[in-house]
Design a protein around this ligand. Structure first.
Ligand code: KG4
Ligand code: ZN
Length: 361
C-alpha cells in the first residue's frame, strides 16, 4: 500500500488529498475561494495566495484526519508546481517541501495539467464507459482534451508521463471564454456553471454564433465568439465594450437597460453550443486521425453537461471523464500522478521551484 499526500494551490482552490496506490481516494479536501473572488468577477491573485496561506495547514490536517492516516503511513509528498499563479503555487510548494523534508519523504513536483488528466485513473472515474456497466480500462494511446480556466489543449498520451501536444487555443481558454461571456451577460463567477444553468431555459439555435475553423486542425480560437456575444450584449448595453466593463452590481444608469432574461438564456445556450461544437468536432477528428483507443476529458469545463453528452455520442471509442466534482481543481490527480512518478523514480530535489508557465509537452 502506497499512500501519497497531494497538494494543489495553483489557482483559487486550496486542495489536499490522500491517495492510495494511485487509484483510491482516502480523502480529498477542497477549500474553495470562489465566494471571496466572486465580488471581483474573477480571481484576484494577491488575495488568492494570502488565502492559501491561511487555508493550507488546516486543509492538510483535515485530509490526514479524514484519511485516518498518520505521518508515518505516507510514502511521498506530491505538489503542483505549475502552470498557475506564482504566488499561489509557492504556498503549496513550500508546504510540500517542509512536510517532505521534515518527514524524510520524497518530494514530487506535478504538472497541473497532468494532475487533471490523472483524475481519470481514480476508481470513482472508472464507471464511465460507452457500455453502461463494465468499467473500461484506459488503454494507450489516449487522446486527452484538457479544458479549464487557463487551458484548452489536445494531447496525445502514449504512456504514463508521455505526452505529445497536438494543438491548443491560440487566444482564450474555453473556461475563460465561459467566464467572460457570463460576465457580459451579468451572470456570476465562475461563468461555466452559471452559463450552463442559464442555458437550460434557452434555445441553442436562437443566435447564430461563430465556430472558428483554423488552418491548424487541432488549434482552437474563442475570441471571435466572445466578440460576437459582446455585439449582441451591446444592442442592450451600448456602454459595454469588453467583458471587464461589466461591473458586478452596477446600476442601470451606469450599464444601460438590463438584458431581458429570455435573451440571456438564449445567448447562454447559443454560446455554450458553439463552444461544445468546436471542442467535440476537433476531438473526434483527432481521435480518428491518430487511431487512439480512448478519449479522456479533464479540467473544469469537462464538468459541462452538454459537452459530456455530445462528446460521448460523437466518438467511436470509449470516453473517460472524471465525475463532475473531480473535473474542477482538486488534489486527487496530484496524488495519482505522484504515484506514477514514484513508480518511475521521478523525484525532485529541494531546489524544486514554481514554474507558472509550465507546459505539458
Ligand atoms: O480546472 P479548473 O477548476 O481550474 C483551472 O485549472 O483553470 O477550471 C475552471 C474553469 C472555469 O473557467 C469555470 O467557468 C469552468 O472551468 N467550468 C465550467 C463548468 N464548471 C466549471 N465550464 C462549463 N461548464 C461547467 N459546468
Ligand atoms: Zn485546473
Amino acid at each position: 500500500m502506497t499512500l501519497i499526500l497531494g497538494i494543489e494551490t495553483s489557482c483559487d482552490e486550496t486542495a489536499v488529498a490522500v491517495i492510495a496506490d494511485g487509484h483510491e481516494i482516502r480523502s480529498s479536501v477542497v477549500a474553495s475561494q470562489i465566494d471571496l473572488h466572486r465580488q471581483y468577477g474573477g480571481v484576484f491573485p494577491e488575495m488568492a495566495s494570502r488565502q492559501h496561506v491561511i487555508a493550507i495547514v488546516p486543509a492538510v490536517e483535515q485530509a490526514m484526519r479524514e484519511a485516518g492516516a498518520t505521518w508515518q503511513d505516507l510514502e511521498a509528498v506530491a505538489v503542483t508546481y505549475g502552470p498557475g499563479l506564482s504566488g499561489s503555487l509557492l504556498v503549496g510548494v513550500n508546504m510540500a517541501k517542509g512536510l517532505a523534508y521534515g518527514l524524510g519523504l520524497p518530494l514530487i513536483g506535478i504538472n497541473h495539467l497532468e494532475a487533471h488528466i490523472a483524475t481519470n485513473w481514480l476508481d470513482v472515474a472508472r464507471v464511465r464507459t460507452s457500455e453502461q456497466d463494465a468499467p473500461a480500462e484506459l488503454a494507450f494511446p489516449l487522446l486527452c482534451l484538457i479544458v479549464s480556466g487557463g487551458h484548452t489543449e489536445l494531447i496525445l498520451m502514449s504512456d504514463y508521463g508521455r505526452y505529445q501536444r497536438l494543438g491548443g487555443t491560440i487566444d482564450d481558454a474555453s473556461g475563460e471564454a465561459f467566464d467572460k461571456a457570463a460576465r457580459m451577460l451579468g451572470l456570476e463567477y465562475p461563468g461555466g456553471p452559471a452559463i450552463q444553468r442559464a442555458a437550460e431555459g434557452g434555445s441553442a439555435t436562437a443566435f447564430d454564433l461563430p465556430r472558428a475553423r483554423l488552418d491548424r486542425p487541432y488549434d482552437f480560437s474563442f475570441s471571435g465568439l466572445k466578440t460576437a456575444v459582446l455585439r449582441e450584449v451591446q444592442r442592450f448595453q451600448p456602454n459595454v465594450h469588453r467583458p471587464a466593463d461589466k461591473v458586478p452590481g452596477a446600476s442601470e444608469a451606469e450599464q444601460g437597460p438590463v438584458i431581458p432574461p429570455h435573451i440571456v438564456s438564449n445567448l447562454a445556450a447559443s454560446f455554450q453550443a458553439a463552444v461544445v461544437d468546436v471542442l467535440v468536432d476537433k476531438t473526434a477528428q483527432a481521435a480518428d486521425a491518430f487511431g487512439v483507443r480512448g478519449v479522456l476529458m479533464a479540467g473544469g469545463v469537462a464538468a459541462n453537461r452538454r459537452l459530456r453528452q455530445r462528446m460521448e455520442s460523437a466518438l467511436a471509442v470509449p470516453l473517460h471523464m472524471p465525475p463532475v466534482r473531480l473535473a474542477t481543481d482538486n488534489a486527487t490527480g496530484v496524488g495519482v500522478a505522484g504515484y506514477w512518478a514514484l513508480q518511475q523514480e521521478r523525484v525532485d530535489g529541494w531546489d524544486l521551484d514554481v514554474v507558472p508557465g509550465l507546459q505539458l509537452a
